[in-house]
Design a binder for this molecule. Structure first.
Ligand SMILES: [Zn+2]
Length: 334
């Protein structure tokens, strides 16, 4: 699942390539069979009002909150489309996209074949090869964008989503952060205001929680999933099953630094593409080449002078990868 660095990479791409463009149309083949929320485009009626609300609006930019992409659209005059003199202003709106397990967004030139009932959207002949990566072919949502000028080639902003778990909805920009989709999310770990004291205070809300599970709890801290929790715990030398209350202040301080370092590196390397994630151009990120623990089961630990081996254990239903020497539980240290 895309985590904070992957979602940030996509948001950065949207701000480079989609900012200022106008939504000309939107298409989807998600339907209520893939439904998992009361107000998402998987509800055909919701999709119809979604389409009505966004077509004709300009993209002001994108931002990230936890693992959610927020695409902000400008306010528009309600009479704009039919040229009437209605001076009512429709408020600014925000498209919220959570890519979930296998979703990723790309921008390029695509063609639609109405004769194909399955996967009707494919990259145009002049589109880049990266868009033809087999992981990029599960196109279930397409925004057609233009710069508003006549006869300019249009671009498509697409969501490839093999498992069809993604969530897409529309919020008023003013109330987006207070909406049920975002309200119970903890602080952003890369925010300048996220100090060590804040980090410790958040984790200690769950003193008997296992440290890996608590790090991945979005109500405690935003945006950390399986990959970056494993990598941060490896760096800090903490066992994923250690209870929060048993982690020393020194180790917790190391973990704070490690969390911020691995997330920043994840962004610097363009995200992690060990699984489905691809960037806005359909290309792989490179953070998977930097893993020290995640999916390194059976390999020697790469920490200098450490003689350990990376082990895998299921912790609260998720795979934890850790070194059996420098990440021992406190109670088993000699
Ligand atoms: Zn080690």
């Amino acid at each position: 699942m895309p985590e904070l660095p992957e979602v940030q990479t996509t948001v950065n791409g949207l701000n480079r390539l989609a900012k200022g463009l106008i939504v000309e149309d939107v298409w989807t083949d998600y339907d209520s069979k893939h439904y998992h929320g009361s107000d998402t485009i998987k509800d055909p009626e919701f999709f119809s009002s979604f389409r009505e609300s966004i077509v004709g609006r300009k993209i002001l930019g994108a931002e990230r909150r936890a693992k959610n992409i927020l695409i902000n659209l400008e306010a528009r005059n309600s009479g704009q489309k039919d040229g009437s003199n209605d001076s009512g202003k429709l408020p600014a709106q925000t498209i919220l996209i959570h890519m979930k397990m296998t979703g990723h967004m790309m921008i390029g030139e695509y063609e639609f074949d109405p004769k194909k009932s399955r996967d009707p959207w494919t990259p145009a002949a002049r589109a880049s090869d990266a868009l033809r990566d087999p992981f990029n072919r599960f196109i279930h949502l397409v925004f057609t964008l233009s710069d508003g000028k006549e006869n300019k080639p249009r671009k498509q902003l697409v969501l490839s989503d093999m498992r069809k778990f993604a969530k897409v909805t529309l919020l008023s920009t003013a109330a987006a952060h207070e909406s049920a989709h975002l309200e119970d999310i903890g602080p952003e770990p890369l925010d300048p205001s996220f100090t060590f004291d804040r980090f410790a205070e958040r984790l200690r809300l769950k003193p008997v929680g296992k440290i890996k599970t608590t790090l991945m709890d979005k109500s405690i801290i935003a945006g950390i999933g399986n990959i970056y929790s494993d990598e941060a715990l490896w760096r800090a030398g903490i066992n994923p099953e250690e209870r929060v209350k048993d982690v020393s202040d020194k180790d917790l301080k190391n973990l704070y630094e490690a969390v911020r370092a691995v997330l920043s590196r994840g962004i610097d390397f363009g995200g992690d593409s060990m699984s489905d994630y691809r960037n806005i151009h359909g290309e792989r990120g490179k953070f998977q080449e930097q893993h020290k623990a995640y999916r390194k089961t059976g390999q020697p630990c790469s920490k200098p002078k450490c003689t350990g081996t990376i082990r895998r254990k299921v912790v609260a239903g998720r795979s934890a990868h850790f070194c059996d020497v420098h990440q021992k539980l406190q109670s088993k240290r000699g």
